[in-house]
Design a protein around this ligand. Structure first.
Ligand SMILES: Cc1cc2nc3c(=O)[nH]c(=O)nc-3n(C[C@H](O)[C@H](O)[C@H](O)COP(=O)(O)OP(=O)(O)OC[C@H]3O[C@@H](n4cnc5c(N)ncnc54)[C@H](O)[C@@H]3O)c2cc1C
Length: 420
């Protein structure tokens, strides 16, 4: 399969879609077909529900799925983060247990990394894991957990050795969310939605066999997750695109897939990937409101178009680096910074085009409320997946070779460090 040309891939996936796409199926039935075909995760190995294709060929698969009017694989953090991390660091038993329900959407994942005292400085996680026979007992708190309310499993970073230096005493667990020791409290944002939550652990349990990548090796494993996150976000957030969310609690599995496809085609809720389509939307809105001759709007639209093109080319560089076995590297950091810039431009452009109407939100307002929602969501992309300042630090240190920020001695045990 790896030797196929892009035209071969296009022909095969088009033929398969012609026989297999059926809007009358439920989302769960469609995802089962997609998972069986390997086209749900085309870059994954054939042994693990993929096709072993490179990213260029995977882009062809995604394009064909879109053009057929079908929906792609499950959106969310299972496909984007947990799957690639387990593929890289998991044992065969773990791959066997976790990958298929990610690909066919039966299980949803969340990322239990950030804590009130550990965001940018993620290696300061304090959630505590204590060994108890074949299990670990978890106590502590996470915050900003996207999709925590509907997740079946979490990628949990917890401290398994407080006597080790901070990067060395962390383990990475595949953590079951449905248990008495877990409380998930949704956090409402200014968009009116509650996309994320706080998660509290009170003597929660996880089996020792669910440590991914080995005891106290969690920092290395977390970096695989973060590299995939940056690469996915920087290339437009569509890495796990598809628009429908997995898991039995998400409430989409039994819905008619044709209805979901129609909703996605009409725009649906604003997702990070919507910012990549922001230019077309803003240009159409400008024309619709008869403002296409306004020189200031034209100038901003041209800037947005230019930045989108730079973003597209940077994403192509990320893909090429990965294909050459070198990435994701610094291109992913610059791509993510660029996405923050595009997001801020879209944030300002919507209200500038709409005028006073830009202050109203909801589907009955001009443009269906999409521009307004983009404005309200805009602060998020420059924070999640590593803030803009942290991306700049990484570029400064790893690309420009500037001296590292002063920090605690890397050999000091975590328990002796001052933490907030
Ligand atoms: C929409 C959204 C979804 C998210 N989803 C998840 C999720 O699913 N799972 C999860 O675990 N987390 C998630 N996060 C959390 C996110 O990863 C953190 O918010 C982020 O890492 C920043 O951490 P913090 O909020 O603690 O800010 P802090 O680290 O406290 O930073 C505060 C400010 O200080 C700056 N700063 C910090 N350190 C430095 C430094 N060394 N040099 C220069 N400036 C610095 C930061 O740039 C920022 O401006 C999400 C966040 C958002 C906004």
């Amino acid at each position: 399969m790896a030797e196929m040309t892009l035209d071969d891939v296009r022909t095969e996936v088009r033929g398969w879609l012609g026989e297999s796409w059926d809007p009358e199926l439920t989302v769960a039935e469609w995802w089962t077909r997609l998972a069986d075909s390997g086209f749900a995760a085309p870059t994954w190995p054939e042994q693990w529900h993929g096709k072993g294709l490179d990213r260029g060929a995977a882009a062809v698969v995604a394009q064909e799925i879109r053009e057929a009017g079908a929906i792609g694989p499950p959106a969310g953090l299972g496909m984007l983060l947990a799957g690639p991390t387990i593929l890289t660091h998991g044992t065969d038993e773990q791959k066997d247990r976790y990958l298929r329900p990610i690909v066919d959407g039966q299980e949803a994942w969340c990322q239990l990394f950030s804590e009130p005292g550990a965001g940018s400085d993620l290696a300061s996680v304090q959630a505590k894991a204590e060994r108890d026979g074949d299990e670990w007992t978890i106590n502590g708190q996470k915050v900003w957990t996207s999709g925590g309310q509907s997740a079946d499993l979490g990628m949990l970073l917890a401290r398994t050795d407080p006597d080790a230096p901070k990067h060395k005493g962390i383990s990475y667990f595949a953590f079951p969310m449905d248990q008495p020791g877990v409380e998930v409290r949704p956090l409402r944002e200014m968009t009116g939605r509650a996309l994320f939550s706080e998660v509290f652990f009170d003597d929660a349990r996880v089996a020792d066999s669910e440590i991914i990548g080995g005891l106290n090796e969690g920092w290395l494993v977390a970096n695989t997750t973060l590299a995939n996150e940056r690469a996915g976000l920087g290339s437009g957030g569509g890495g796990a695109g598809g628009g429908a969310f997995p898991g039995t609690k998400g409430g989409m599995l039994e819905v008619r897939v044709g209805d979901v496809a129609d909703r996605i085609a009409r725009g649906g809720a604003v997702q990070p990937s919507a910012f990549g389509r922001g230019f077309d939307f803003m240009r159409e809105l400008t024309e619709k409101l008869g403002r296409a001759d306004d020189p200031l709007l034209r100038q901003r639209l041209a800037e947005l178009y230019t930045l989108n093109e730079v973003g597209r080319m940077t994403a192509a560089r990320v893909k090429a680096a990965v294909k050459a076995g070198k990435g994701p590297g610094p291109e992913a950091n610059t791509a993510k910074l660029l996405m923050s810039k595009v997001t801020r431009l879209v944030r300002d452009l919507g209200p500038a085009i709409l005028g006073p109407e830009g202050m109203l939100s909801g589907p009955d307002t001009t443009g269906g409320g999409v521009a307004q929602e983009m404005t309200l969501f805009a602060p998020a992309p420059s924070i999640y997946g590593g803030t803009d300042e942290i991306q700049k630090n990484i570029i400064g240190e790893r690309v420009l070779g500037l001296p590292k920020e002063p920090g605690p001695d890397k050999s000091t045990p975590f328990k002796d460090l001052r933490v907030s």
